[in-house]
Design a binder for this molecule. Structure first.
Ligand code: PLP
Ligand code: COI
Length: 343
C-alpha cells in the first residue's frame, strides 16, 4: 500500500522488520537478529510487566537532502540507555551493538523513511526485564528490541504555538528517583493529568519541581526553554529531569550562534514574565509555546506566533538534521544502505 507522506502524525504504524536480542542475567549480550515485525510472546510474570523494569529510547532517522538516510547523535541515545539500564538493574547493551542494531533495523525498513521535510522514521529501542520473577528483584532474562514507525509532528499542526498548563497537583519525578532516565514507569503517571489538560484545550502539562513546587522541570516528554532579553534559560540537570539530546544540541547551537545560555533553576514566575518559550525533544523537535497558564494567570508569548529565537534555532537544528546545512558539530551518522532508491 502506498504511504500518504502528507498526512503523517505522531502515531503507531506497523512496519516491516524489528530487531530482537536477549541476554540472561550475569551473561554477555549476544548479537540479535532482524525478524518480521509482529507480536511477541512473554511470561505474565515478566519483570517489566509486574515491576516496570524497563526503559525506552526515542530517536529519528531522516532522509537527508543528499539522498541518504541519517541519524542524529545516536551514540548519545546508546549512552543514555546504558545509564538507565544501570539505574534499573539491567545489563547495559554495549554501544557498538546498539548502534549496529539501530542501523540494521533502519536499513531494513528504509522504505518507511519519509521524504525530506515530510517527517521522520521514529526509532524506538526498548530494554525490558523479560524473564519471570515473583519477588521484587531484577529479572533473570532481558530483551532488547527496536521497532520503527514513520511519524509526522508530535503536536498537532507542527510548528504552531501550543498552550500549556502548569500542573498544580502532580509531579513527574522526585530527587533520588528515576526522572533522569527513560524508565517506562515515568510515563503512565503523566497520562491522566495530560488527558485532563487536553480536555481543557491545552496541548500538554508543565511540571514543577516536587520539593518547592516553583521551578520548571519539563513539558510532558520534552525539555523546556525560555528567552528573556535575548538570553536563553533552561532548567539545569538536577537528576529529576531527562538529559535531552535535543536540549544539549540546542544549548551548543545557541552558544555557537552567540547567545548566552543559562542552565539553572527556572522559576515559573520568571517564565510568566519572559519573552518567548519553547520545548524540545526528539518527538517534539522544537515546538513554540504560545501560552502558559498557572491557575488563573495566563501569559501569551509573541502574540501566539512563533518567536524569533525559536524559529532561528528550529531552522538551525532541522537543517543540520536533514543535511541542508553543514554538520559543523559532527552530529550526523549516515546509515549504510545499499541501492537506496532516490526519493
Ligand atoms: N524529557 C522527557 C521526559 C522525554 O521523554 C524526552 C524524550 O525523549 C525528552 C525530555 C527529550 O529528550 P530527547 O531530546 O533526547 O528526545
Ligand atoms: C521522544 O521525544 O523521543 C520521546 O520519547 C517522547 C515520547 C515519550 C513520545
Amino acid at each position: 500500500m502506498a504511504i500518504d507522506w502528507d498526512s503523517l502524525t505522531f502515531s503507531f504504524t506497523a512496519t516491516d522488520i524489528m530487531y530482537t536480542a536477549t541476554c540472561n542475567q550475569g551473561e554477555e549480550w549476544q548479537k540479535g537478529e532482524l525478524v518480521p515485525y509482529g507480536n511477541i510472546s512473554i511470561s505474565p510474570a515478566a519483570g517489566v510487566l509486574n515491576y516496570g523494569q524497563g526503559l525506552f529510547e526515542g530517536m529519528k532517522a531522516q532522509r537527508s537532502v543528499n539522498g541518504g538516510i541519517v541519524l542524529f547523535r545516536p551514540e548519545r541515545n546508546g549512552k543514555r540507555l546504558t545509564d538507565g539500564a544501570l539505574r534499573l538493574g539491567m545489563p547495559p547493551v554495549p554501544l557498538e551493538m546498539f548502534l549496529e542494531a539501530v542501523e540494521e533495523v533502519v536499513a531494513a525498513n528504509a522504505r518507511w523513511v519519509p521524504p525530506t521535510g515530510k517527517g521522520a522514521l521514529y526509532i524506538r529501542p526498548v530494554l525490558w526485564g523479560s524473564g519471570p520473577i515473583l519477588g521484587v528483584a531484577p529479572a533473570p532474562e532481558y530483551t532488547f528490541m527496536i521497532y520503527v514507525c514513520p511519524v509526522g509532528p508530535y503536536f498537532k499542526g507542527g510548528m504552531h504555538p501550543i498552550a500549556l498548563k502548569v500542573s498544580d497537583d502532580h509531579h513527574r519525578a522526585a530527587p533520588g528517583g528515576s526522572g533522569a532516565v527513560k524508565a517506562i514507569g515515568n510515563y503512565a503517571p503523566g497520562m491522566m493529568p495530560s488527558k485532563n489538560a487536553k480536555k481543557e484545550g491545552f496541548a500538554e502539562i508543565i511540571y514543577l519541581d516536587s520539593v518547592e513546587h516553583k521551578y520548571i522541570e519539563e513539558v510532558g516528554a520534552a525539555n523546556f526553554f525560555c528567552v528573556k532579553d535575548g538570553v536563553i534559560y533552561t532548567p539545569e540537570l538536577t537528576g529529576t529531569i531527562l538529559p535531552g539530546i535535543t536540549r544539549a544540541s540546542i544549548i551548543d547551537l545557541a552558544r555557537h550562534r552567540g547567545y548566552e545560555v543559562i542552565e539553572e533553576r527556572v522559576d515559573i514566575d520568571f517564565v510568566l514574565e519572559s519573552d518567548e518559550c519553547f520545548c524540545a525533544g526528539t518527538a517534539a523537535v522544537i515546538s513554540p509555546i504560545g501560552a502558559i497558564c498557572k491557575g488563573e494567570i495566563c501569559t501569551t508569548y509573541c502574540n501566539n506566533q512563533v518567536g524569533p529565537v525559536t524559529q532561528e534555532l528550529y531552522d538551525a537544528l532541522t537543517s543540520i538534521q536533514t543535511q541542508t546545512a553543514a554538520d559543523e558539530f559532527g552530529w550526523i551518522r549516515a546509515v549504510p544502505i545499499p541501492n537506496l532508491p532516490a526519493k
